[in-house]
Design a protein around this ligand. Structure first.
Ligand code: ADP
Length: 475
């Protein structure tokens, strides 16, 4: 099967969050058996230099584009540059609108930039003769919407990675959609008086997915649907939640290039202690005892991630001996709170503001526990990375977190679960984690976690089935 993924993020080239990891690892897993193409924007600061093949592709049909709109002119100025990544072929959309961007999501005319990219992807799908088009999130939804008016529509799958980001714009900002080459009717994608790109992808796609079964259920009711539950319900059995897999070449303590001492389930204690030592020396806190439990946190500092309840629990449970280590950037008030703790309580708390792949691997390896207090979480990846690194996740009972972390019940214990937005419940989970740390059961929980299989083997089969469903709808 020829599969074209269309995405704004792709690890390690462009990454803001889990979308990058998901598309990169899914496409890599699919490329074992299928022809996989990935279209992504070419931004200024790529995380890695692409392995260019020298081939280029146009972004418009010269016979079909008569000429005068700005979008037509901008598509003429753009091109796709092909590169090889493992068994996948990547198509970088080269346009001045992206090549000047330091970061993929900058404020500005994002609706126009991503619509141009989406149109170009629609034409690329025809050039590579894709059997199926798989678009991710609102940035690429217009590629799917264009299939509504395509005389030979390409079967399409649309994946929602986070309903909190919908790409909704006042009509005066999307007038270009009515012109050449789009010829779309923005009011067809109306939600609350705005043109909603995510809704366009949802209504237009043949098959819709999101990134965990638990999150799918939450999105079918408000407030989990962020206002779109009514339209999601209409998709019926054409809407499925498929849990993300992880890339075990990137996230594997036994081969992780960021770790000096690799480890597996046989020698995790030595491996994690070595990582802790290295981490403490790297952050300038070598005096912190290696015997104290380390609690790691990594993430975008946004409303979604629920950190305020963590800060309350931290202040209420000072008797617990955790050393807290947070990595992230975002909301300035939260950054200031974390900075304040880092400076005033250096024996308890350390905060690194920014983005660091290296530090994120080291934190996963060194931590004894990893906290994710999200208010909602479509899938979440760090809880799974934690488990394979022998780091016990402590998570709120939401979305993909509750699908992957179990504290009690029929499943073997693989973490701790508490109620979202509840500092008492979170604090009590920290108490239970500390008790585990002191007991022999810690070894059992680590063994349980390190034997979990979060590979793409099963989810990639589900995606192929979805693609086949999309194809058969078009026959
Ligand atoms: P989201 O997509 O909502 O940000 P996920 O848990 O799905 O959340 O994925 C987040 C990904 O981004 C993980 O791979 C995480 O390690 C990474 N990440 C987030 N913030 C940082 C950071 N400051 N430095 C390094 N990696 C980060």
């Amino acid at each position: 099967m020829k599969i074209l993924h269309v995405t704004a993020e792709y690890f390690p080239y462009i990454k803001a969050g889990g979308l990058a990891d998901m598309v990169a690892s899914l496409s890599k897993a699919q490329a074992d058996e299928h022809s996989v193409y990935v279209a992504l924007p070419l931004v200024k600061n790529l995380g890695k230099e692409p392995n260019w093949t020298g081939k280029t592709y146009t972004c418009y049909d010269p016979n079909g584009l008569s000429a005068i709109s700005s979008a037509s002119k901008h598509l003429r100025e753009a091109q796709f540059r092909e590169a090889k990544e493992g068994n996948c072929l990547l198509y970088f959309f080269e346009s001045p609108f992206f090549s000047s961007k330091e970061f993929i999501y900058e404020t500005g005319e994002e609706q126009y930039h991503f619509a141009l990219f989406s149109y170009a992807c629609h034409f690329l799908a025809e050039q590579v003769r894709a059997d199926v088009l798989h678009a991710h999130d609102w940035h690429t939804a217009i590629t799917v919407a264009l299939q509504l008016y395509n005389p030979k529509p390409i079967p399409s799958v649309f994946t929602i990675h986070n309903l909190a980001y919908q790409g909704d714009f006042p009509y005066w900002k999307v007038g270009f959609l009515t012109e050449e080459p789009f010829h779309l009717v923005p009011s067809a994608f109306d939600h609350d008086g705005k043109c909603n790109f995510l809704k366009a992808g949802i209504v237009a796609c043949d098959q819709l997915t999101t990134v965990s079964p638990g999150y799918k259920i939450e999105t079918l009711q408000e407030p989990g649907g962020f206002g779109l539950s009514y339209i999601l319900q209409k998709k019926g059995n054409r809407y499925l939640g498929i849990l993300n897999g992880i890339d075990s070449d990137v996230w594997n303590p036994n081969s992780d290039p960021y770790l000096k001492t690799k480890f597996s389930s046989h020698n995790w204690k030595q491996g994690k202690t070595a990582a802790k030592k290295e981490l403490y020396s790297k952050i300038g806190r070598p005096q912190i005892s290696l015997n104290r439990p380390l609690l790691g946190l990594i993430g975008r500092l946004t409303y979604q991630k629920g950190y305020p309840s963590y800060v309350r629990a931290y202040q209420e449970r000072r008797h617990l001996p955790f050393f807290h280590l947070a990595l992230g950037a975002g909301d300035s008030e939260l950054e200031q709170t974390f900075f304040h703790l880092s400076h005033t309580e250096p024996e308890q708390f350390y905060f690194y503001r920014g983005y660091s792949e290296e530090l994120s691997h080291l934190i996963e390896a060194a931590s004894d526990f990893f906290l994710m207090p999200s208010l909602f979480e479509p899938c979440g990846l760090n809880q799974m990375y934690s488990q394979v690194y022998g780091t016990v996740p402590i998570v709120s009972r939401v979305g993909g977190l509750k699908d992957t972390v179990f504290e009690s019940g029929i499943h073997a214990q693989t973490g701790f679960v508490f109620e979202p937005n509840d500092s008492d419940s979170l604090g009590y989970a920290l108490e239970r984690a500390h008790t585990l740390y002191l007991s022999d059961k810690h070894d059992i929980v680590v063994k349980n976690m390190m034997s979990l299989d979060w590979s793409w083997t099963s989810p990639k089969k589900q995606y192929i089935q979805i693609y086949q469903n999309a194809i058969s709808e078009k026959i």
